[in-house]
Design a protein around this ligand. Structure first.
Ligand code: AMP
Ligand code: GLY
Length: 448
């Protein structure tokens, strides 16, 4: 099989690495790829523009590509899959119509409401004054979202009404014309991925992303600063509910709209304090960095899953299998991310880190004249697999400490919520101490 991967992040490196390990794969072409994919066996980076759909479709045809895997949401939302399908090139990733589940929050919300999928209550507005009037009638906290793709920057969680009103101005100033104001859900977030051939679906292991830049989940939202899987919060029972109450009705609703959805449906969920799953957002692709822990844990050959989805044979695929153990990925970001960030700094220590048995996924790197340079906000993802979370966390942090670049930043608390809690120190109570020290006193107490 010859695979083309579109994209240049850690997710695409993880997909390319997994495929490169299979003897069924003869060639992988990455459009444009990154410093990590450049060095994989059977893999070649092609310096093509991700927006050149006609060029990509033509090139895939000439190269006799078996499947094109589209990593990021932008080309899907802009219709790359439609171009490829028109050229009869099998593509893993939905058409423009299906990608609306991510590219328009309003469209996704309407679909969820119609399908009875649990999600935050909200309203959409095309006039900022109307959004403000609505905010004034609601209790804070509230969430203000821009409709349309915003690379994780179009959502503002406002603790007060004043902050929500400011959020409307902020998003309007950025040029967003349609806004959604919704109730703020509380609980724990998890990412659940369903691969689908448009007819049926299979879920992958649940993963837990760390979206905020700061430790203790503080500061600005990012694309994801680290992740762990499998998320213990998602028990088989809860996954069953997520499949029945969220994934199945959503895919049925897409089918009802005559959308032929083949690829990944990514459900960003809040597990509320009552244990109920509710949708925060849907995405039309694999998660990044979630893919960097899920694929190393995947035992079923990835190409079999991809082929089953594009050929509509997922029903016949044997159950997806996983390696035992736990995966943790810690993202190293450039100084300034998620705002304006440094780039062009030399990265050292990647080989030394990998000697510790981790995989270093490249997210924003570039190879230039034998040097590895930073080129993106999220630069690297260090993934460790261990027999439990303690082993995986120790390995990931031991390895990332060997990597250096100017202004490198990473969170030191990834997956810490699933580490065993330290045993509370047991201080014997005075009564027992006295009893031990003085047997007579003990007898006295008994006599009382
Ligand atoms: P989204 O792009 O819709 O996933 O939003 C990005 C992040 O904003 C999510 O991962 C959540 O942390 C937060 N968020 C979005 N919607 C809500 C909501 N209704 N309640 C609480 N947090 C939210
Ligand atoms: N990790 C969040 C995302 O892929 O959107």
């Amino acid at each position: 099989m010859k695979i083309m991967i579109v994209g240049s992040g850690g997710r695409e490196h993880a997909i390319a690495l997994k495929l490169s390990e299979s003897d069924q794969i003869t060639q992988i072409l990455c459009i444009p790829g990154n410093g990590g994919t450049a060095n994989l066996p059977k893999c070649r980076n092609i310096a093509m523009n991700v927006g050149d759909f006609a060029g990509i479709a033509r090139f895939a045809g000439v190269q006799g590509i078996t499947i094109v895997v589209v990593g990021p949401e932008d080309p899907l939302a802009n219709g790359l899959a439609d171009y490829l399908q028109a050229e009869k090139i099998p593509v893993f990733g939905p058409t423009k119509a299906g990608a609306r589940i991510e590219s328009s929050k309003i469209w996704a919300k309407e679909l969820m409401i119609k399908a009875g999928v649990p999600t935050a209550q909200g309203k959409s507005f095309t006039k900022s004054e109307k959004a403000k009037e609505y905010i004034a009638s609601q209790a804070a906290p509230l969430v203000v979202k821009a409709d349309g793709l915003a690379a994780g920057k179009g959502v503002i969680v406002a603790e007060t009404q004043t902050a929500a009103l400011q959020a409307v101005d902020e998003l309007t100033t950025q040029g967003f014309t349609t806004l959604v104001v919704e109730e703020c859900l509380t609980g724990t977030e998890v990412s659940v991925f369903a691969v689908t051939d448009g007819q049926t679906f299979r879920t992958l292991l649940a993963a837990q992303d760390h979206k905020r830049i700061g430790e203790g989940d503080t500061g600005e939202n990012t694309g994801g600063m680290g992740v762990y899987a499998p998320a213990p919060l998602v028990t088989p029972e809860l996954m069953g509910r997520i499949e029945r109450e969220i994934i199945a009705p959503t895919l049925n609703a897409l089918k009802d709209k005559q959308i032929d959805y083949r690829g990944v449906l990514y459900a960003g969920l809040m597990i509320t304090p009552t244990g109920d799953p509710k949708v925060l957002e849907f995405n039309c692709r694999f998660g990044d960095p979630e893919t960097q822990v899920l694929l190393p844990l995947l035992a079923t050959p990835l190409e079999k899953i991809l082929a089953a989805c594009v050929e509509q044979k997922l029903e016949a695929l044997p159950p997806i299998e996983w390696h035992p153990g736990c995966g943790v990925c810690v993202v190293a970001a450039a100084e300034g991310y998620p705002g304006k960030y440094r780039r062009g700094d030399e990265i050292i220590g990647v080989d030394a880190a990998e000697e510790m048995g981790v995989t270093v996924f490249h997210a924003g790197t570039q190879s230039r004249q034998q040097q590895l340079l930073t080129s993106g906000g999220r630069v690297l993802g260090v993934t460790a697999i261990g027999e439990d979370f303690t082993a995986a966390v120790n390995k990931a942090y031991g390895a990332i400490a060997r990597i250096e670049f100017e202004g490198m930043y990473y969170r030191r608390d990834i997956a810490h919520q699933v580490l065993p809690k330290p045993e509370p120190e047991t201080t014997p109570s005075p009564a027992i101490e006295e009893a031990d020290a003085d047997p007579t006193a003990s007898n006295d107490l008994e006599a009382e």
